[in-house]
Ligand binder design. Sequence first.
Ligand SMILES: [Cu+2]
Length: 228
Amino acid sequence: MFLPGISTYSSQVDNLFLLIFFVMGFWFLLGQGVILYFLFKFRKKEGVGSLYITGEKKEEKKWIKWPHLVLLVCDIVMVVFSCLVWYNIKQKMPPAESTVRVISQQWAWTFVHPGTDGQLDTDDDIATVDELHIMVNTLYHYKLTSRDVVHSFSVPVFRLKQDAVPGREIRGWFEATQTGTYDIQCAEICGIGHGLMAAKIVIETEDEHQQWIASHTPVTPVRIGSNN
Ligand SMILES: [Cu+2]
């Protein structure tokens, strides 16, 4: 609630958290309420002995059986919603409009953006450290790798978190719905500098992004020592 959700799937994650919060909250309050009520109702009284209940009779067992079954139904509802959200964010790969490379290492992020040609892995790619530039309302694929240990690429405003595993290129996607500058952080303890492994994501309009790319357009290299 205190952190804006600005990806196309952030509300799905928020709603799942709310569902779990309210289902668990309801049973927690009910359970604690019943315990408190019984503590008060069956407190020590003069002339009333205690009763030993084994819970083996049918009319006693129903107090366990029915809440148990209702809780199982709640579990199934939460698992079904979790699977749907997981499928939408992690399994499905909508077609990309652009692709960026995310490289993690102890303790920094390198981001590789397509240059003026819009294609990754060409001569005009733009590499930055700890600053990822993307366009709003554009579906991005990311290719996530690690140079050393396990890191985790986390963009809290997107509700996105993905481990980076050395030796693997992990692909995923996101689409931002608002412009602005927000946090990226490593969400996996990856060594003594883990806490320093923060970065920024800069979400721009198409015009702003083109200007940013233009400001990085490589100039013809000048040969040192040349007379020309
Ligand atoms: Cu890390």
